[in-house]
Design a protein around this ligand. Structure first.
Ligand code: SF4
Length: 377
């Protein structure tokens, strides 16, 4: 299949791996920002195919994982109201809040509906004028345009019973926060191509310059990621740092200007809490004053809910690349996809879920108390 098979070619992959192996002379730590890239790396064993000197650090680019506990609890409070139809993408339903999740609310009688597009939620609102319909709008820059379009349409069509609980986050401030951490080990970044397909690449040169860190924009197929690693290693070994776009087929330098204009109209930049990490200045979007009446947080007065993260879950350290998922003592024992303690074990882009799904179980106790050595299967 075009655009899939051609980016999975084993012979080309071997050529890229050989080039990386011939270039690398010392250890390097490279962070892939996006959770989709993390899953591709683990699923295809890319981290095991490249030379041992290169460590792939898994970044915070999973929107479900970084949605703060406080916002999940706000979603649960709104979803439990009898006058509300709460609409969400399916992967948010099992994300644990302080005490329960959306599935629990649904089992207790909440009207919670899984939708495949925010516009589906708008349709439900038009069909149910006597109910409040709330869409849980989370994600990075990639999912922001359809959410912005939905709010824009709600305003244009005059649908007053629709609102959105917004938790949008932005990649560049997260990279800045990671680089400013005193314990940062990251020496280069693979930037998420789909984010750049919307936003373009203009936000990255200042980060490259300020932190002298190579950033290579790349995609999600195995050859995309290997090419991103190859270009990154060439820069690191040469002692240079610049922005490269290894994904021009989908991410033009100016991104999608029409989408950016819509985002600038509907959203405004705000500080945003990242689950397990804390507040990162200017790292999120909320609805702009013009569209504030569609903001579920204001409409349902849930602004004063505050919570504390689980003491057991170390997802904040996973999301910042300080530990690998299997280094969390709960991984695979107390915490599994069936009984998740943190969002990184639930989400289809979460690093803990990737390690569990693809059997990276080193060090995890077996039922008879022994420890698994090496990957299984
Ligand atoms: S394994 Fe579970 S408890 Fe540990 S960091 Fe991951 S999500 Fe949190």
């Amino acid at each position: 299949m075009k655009y899939l098979d051609e980016f999975n070619d084993p012979a080309l992959a071997k050529r890229l791996i050989d080039d990386i192996a011939a270039t690398v002379t010392r250890p390097w730590a490279i962070m892939e920002v996006c959770g989709g890239q993390t899953h591709s790396i683990i699923r295809n064993g890319i981290d095991q195919l490249i030379p041992d000197q290169i460590e792939m650090i898994h970044g915070p680019g999973c929107p479900v994982c970084v949605t703060p506990l406080e916002l999940i609890d706000k979603a649960l409070a709104i979803a439990a109201r009898p006058d509300v139809i709460f609409c969400s993408f399916g992967d948010m339903l099992r994300v644990p809040g302080s005490g329960r999740d959306l599935f629990r609310i649904k089992s207790e009688g909440g009207d919670i509906r899984v939708v495949y597009s925010p516009l589906d939620a708008l349709k439900i609102a038009r069909e149910n004028p006597d109910r409040e319909v709330v869409f849980f709008g989370i994600g990075f820059e990639t999912t922001a345009p359809p959410n912005a379009m939905t709010v824009y349409q709600a305003a244009r069509l005059g649908i007053p019973n629709f609102s959105m609980l917004v938790s949008h986050v932005r990649v560049p401030p997260a990279i800045e926060a990671i680089m400013q951490s005193p314990t940062c080990r990251v020496q280069a970044f693979l930037a998420a191509g789909h984010v750049c397909s919307v936003m373009g690449t203009a936000e990255y040169p200042s980060l490259v310059e300020r932190f002298a860190v190579p950033i290579v924009v790349t995609g999600f197929e195995p050859l995309d990621i290997l090419e991103g690693i190859r270009r990154t290693v060439h820069q690191l070994e040469a002692g240079t740092a610049f922005l490269e776009n290894a994904y021009p087929r989908a991410a033009p330098a100016d991104g999608n200007p029409a989408a950016r204009r819509l985002l600038a109209d509907v959203f405004e930049v705000t500080d945003r809490g990242w689950r397990g990490i804390g507040v990162i200045p200017d790292s999120g979007w909320r609805l702009s004053a013009k569209y504030r009446s569609f903001d579920a947080e204001y409409r349902f007065q849930v602004g004063d809910i505050s919570t504390e993260e689980s003491a057991v879950c170390r997802s904040g350290e996973v999301l910042q690349g300080f530990i690998k998922p299997h280094e969390c003592s709960a991984f695979g024992t107390l915490c599994t996809p069936r009984n998740p303690l943190g969002a990184t074990m639930v989400s289809s882009e979460g690093a803990c879920a990737a390690y569990y799904l693809y059997r990276r179980l080193e060090g995890v106790p077996t039922p008879d108390g022994r420890q698994v050595v090496g990957s299984i299967g």
